[in-house]
Design a binder for this molecule. Structure first.
Ligand SMILES: Nc1ncnc2c1ncn2[C@@H]1O[C@H](COP(=O)(O)OP(=O)(O)O)[C@@H](O)[C@H]1O
Ligand SMILES: O=P(O)(O)OC[C@H](O)CO
Length: 492
């Protein structure tokens, strides 16, 4: 009998929790998804309730696996929003503070102080990162500095730190495993990316007790088991990676020079650089792509903080749309934006500007401007920001991009994909499974338990849905980009 075997991916994103059951051919058998609450307690601050994330994640996980016999599930792979900082009590398993989300800017002043004290070059050299509030290190330092009682407990090992992967593994194993994978660890600003160990100099400077940090593991190995899927089975948790690294893996970008862009809350362009960490001079980040079979693979990354977030803001902030999917028809209803540009720097700029104090702005409004112009400008801003990152990547490597592989929730939007091809002047290729992030996590877990044997077998699991070819000429592109850069310059 040819018995079906499955891998479940947990995809814990910035705005929603997803669980996807894949079969052994990489096909999606069942999906469950639910949004959770975003908290904005002060301008530029963003928080999540880690307990809510756990409850919602467990509920969608159970919903997704209900479609199959749990005894046929070979492994769980986890992928997650990165950098978001969770601190919880080891005894009660409860968070001691709201999770400080990657987008939160509360520590930009602290980063400026560290810069003035000469830490920028050291941080760049050891961690591959830009000294910015984006990463977990200063978020954790802020929490410990602000609450001395939490610091005292952290020193005694009574409260634990983790990124969301760590938090979920801890909860899934009912407090038995406090681990993280090397890709998530590389986003904390506390890891030396050359040795893949926590860096003692940085921990001392930040005054962060090592006792509260998780053990750093590879991206594909059994971290522990969970009995929470029911059926009396213990399912191995066998893969973990930050969502952007998982997408790179899921897109099959495992050779040097291959790149992808993921369009979620933010946009993240990652280019695989193989076994070498490449140091950027133009504001890109050097990061660990994955740790697999005892070897580290590195990537260069450009991070756009607000991409799909602008569509959410149209829905929840302005209230001019009901659903994200409406934006496509609205944008197509006008031939252009009539000179309107939307700069969605709600939480500052990441790559390539790294301007923490920038804020959102709409320019070029006239009495003739309409809702459609604003919606279209919002979508265009996602493509312009991605273009800015790719431009820097090309300048830095000297290699012209030939094709862009895309994934993430917002790539469903055909207008956005066509506009991206038009402003880049290269083909944009969308895969059949746009849940590449989840596929990457499932692949890492499936490799660890022997469901798949190697990368070449994983390559067979992929298919492509559509390629968007550029339809505009160079003159159009140059004019559009010049207008965008002018709008951005008002915030620099
Ligand atoms: N059809 C669409 N057009 C434009 N944006 C969309 C569309 N569908 C979803 N989005 C945006 O994509 C994001 C959701 O993508 P997802 O990959 O699930 O993000 P995350 O992992 O950050 O939660 C949201 O910000 C949403 O506004
Ligand atoms: O939740 P996403 O898909 O926007 O990804 C968030 C990133 O991991 C933040 O670095």
């Amino acid at each position: 009998m040819n018995k079906s075997r499955y891998v479940v991916a947990i995809d814990q994103g910035t705005t929603s929790c997803r669980a996807i059951v894949f079969d052994a051919h990489g096909g999606i058998v069942n999906t469950a998804q639910q949004e959770f609450t975003q908290f904005f307690p002060q301008p530029g601050w963003v928080e999540h309730d880690a307990d809510e994330i756990w409850r919602v994640q467990l509920a969608v996980l159970r919903e997704a696996v209900a479609a199959v016999d749990v005894t046929d599930i070979t492994a769980i792979g986890i992928t997650n929003q990165r950098e978001t900082t969770v601190v919880w009590d080891k005894m009660t398993g409860k968070p001691v503070h709201p999770a400080i989300v990657w987008q939160c800017r509360r520590t930009s002043g602290m980063c400026e102080e560290l810069r003035q004290r000469g830490w920028e070059t050291t941080i760049r050299g050891k961690t591959g990162l830009v000294l910015d509030a984006y990463f977990s290190g200063t978020k954790l330092k802020w929490l410990l500095d602000t609450y001395p009682d939490i610091r005292a407990k952290a020193e005694r090992g009574e409260v634990l730190f983790g990124t969301v992967d760590s938090w979920l593994i801890w909860k899934l194993t009912e407090g038995r495993q406090h681990v993280t994978d090397v890709t998530n660890a590389s986003r904390t600003m506390l890891l030396n990316i050359h040795s893949a160990q926590w860096d003692d100099d940085i921990l001392t400077e930040f005054n962060i007790p090592k006792a509260m940090l998780p053990e750093v593991r590879s991206s594909s190995e059994i971290y522990g088991h969970t009995g929470l899927l029911g059926g009396g089975v213990n399912v191995p948790i066998a893969g973990a990676a930050g969502d952007q690294q998982a997408a790179l893996f899921g897109q099959g970008c495992s050779s040097e020079g291959m790149a992808k862009n993921t369009y979620g809350t933010g946009c993240f362009v990652l280019k695989c650089t193989g076994a070498q960490p490449i140091r950027s001079e133009k504001g890109l980040i050097t990061t660990i792509a994955w740790g697999l079979n005892g070897q580290l693979t590195y990537a260069l990354e450009g991070s756009v903080f607000n991409a799909g977030a602008v569509v959410q803001w149209l829905r929840d902030g302005l209230g001019i749309i009901q659903h994200a999917s409406e934006t496509e028809a609205i944008a197509k209803s006008v031939p252009d934006t009539g000179g309107v540009y939307f700069v969605p720097a709600f939480t500052g700029f990441g790559t390539p500007y790294w301007e923490p104090d920038a804020r959102g702005m709409i320019t070029g409004l006239t009495r003739a401007s309409t809702k459609a112009d604003i919606v279209r400008a919002a979508l265009e801003s996602i493509a312009f920001q991605s273009r800015d990152v790719l431009e820097v990547m090309e300048e830095e490597s000297g290699i012209r991009l030939k094709e862009l592989r895309v994934d993430g929730g917002a790539v469903r939007n055909d207008f956005l994909m066509q506009f991206q091809a038009d402003v880049l002047g290269v083909d944009v290729t969308r895969p059949q499974v746009i849940e590449t992030t989840a596929l990457g996590a499932a692949s890492l877990a499936g490799l660890a338990v022997g469901l798949w044997s190697d990368m070449s077998e994983l390559e067979q699991l992929k298919g492509y849905d559509r390629t968007f070819h550029p339809e505009k000429d160079l003159r159009y592109r140059e004019q559009a980009v010049a207008g965008w850069k002018r709008a951005v310059s008002y915030q620099l």
